[in-house]
Design a protein around this ligand. Sequence first.
Ligand code: SAH
Ligand code: SF4
Length: 350
Amino acid sequence: MSKLHNIKNWTRQKLREWMAEKSTTNFKVKEFRADQVFYWLYTQQVGSFSEMNNIGRETRKILEENFWISSLEKAEKQQSQDGSIKYRLLLDDGLSIESVFMPHTSHNTVCVSSQVGCGMGCDFCMTGTMGLVRNLNTAEIIDQVLTVLKDQPEGEKIRNIVFMGMGEPFHNYQNLMQALEILTDEHGFNFSQRRITVSTSGLLPKIRRFGEEKIKANLAISLNGVTDNVRSKLMPVNIPYNLEKLIKVCREFPLESRRRITFEYILIRDLTDSIKDAKGLISLLHGMKFKINLIPFNSVPGSKYLSPSQGQSRKFQKYLLDHGVVAPIRISKGQDIQGACGQLVIGAKA
Ligand code: SAH
Ligand code: SF4
């Protein structure tokens, strides 16, 4: 198998070029076959080349000699009381990752991982305690969406894809961008760019680069603190890329019309949940096109931080509202199955 390429790591463009090259031999592989292959892989989600029945036998043979089609095995599936489903998916090398399906009448969402573990070391985050085990390849990112979709009752659609599972997506930039290119490809999954959100802890050079990409997915920033003091304690990334620099890059970020940057802000008792913090948040983001999601800290076993009281979360939210900022409190889905944000932690060899 090792000599073969996993076809889901290849963009349609790359496949077209490869096919054009193949055509110089005694048999002509036509470039548009790449479009058909994409249709079969991502619209029909077939698992073998033999099922691609509008592609000639010769071409299918060439494909089989050079490629294989991956899929992810569902190792575990846990359903939460709130309806969300956490999957543990097995990778080829025995490691596993987690993806979460979050149902909603109008906008089912899949939360995907970009790495096994994460190297950013945020102090409040369970995934962070694993360290970085490895990057996911493009196919492993795409296969999460396909596996979760396939497991839903027929007719269920996925409206949003959020990169808020395990890992720092901008630490795995190239594979992430290829995955976005394939997921949004009109000949394949044809997912809307507006419905994909990539969340970063704040890797500034990559945020800038992301703004220049042809693919315009949404940007979310895990802010979590409004002073360098607090933010650096929570998120080591704030040491090289402090708040002043982060906010400057966000202000300069090119936004399509009617788009905003999402800021995720964790409310931690007595650390980030005071009215002074709410005030700080408003002045930090003043004048920007933004949305804020308030996330009450999920208590995790052994964590040194505490969840805020409901009353304090409401007060914080009300202060923002009184100053013209609507900020929903996102009660993380799947808390009872440890499937909520920042609670994804696994990855040891099975
Ligand atoms: N690594 C990226 C994306 C994944 S983290 C990032 O940090 O943006 C997804 C979100 O979960 C982040 O906004 C993070 O701040 C939040 N999070 C992590 N641990 C949490 C916890 N224990 N309680 C609540 N939110 C948490
Ligand atoms: Fe990594 Fe995001 Fe967790 Fe920080 S919050 S350790 S960047 S997954």
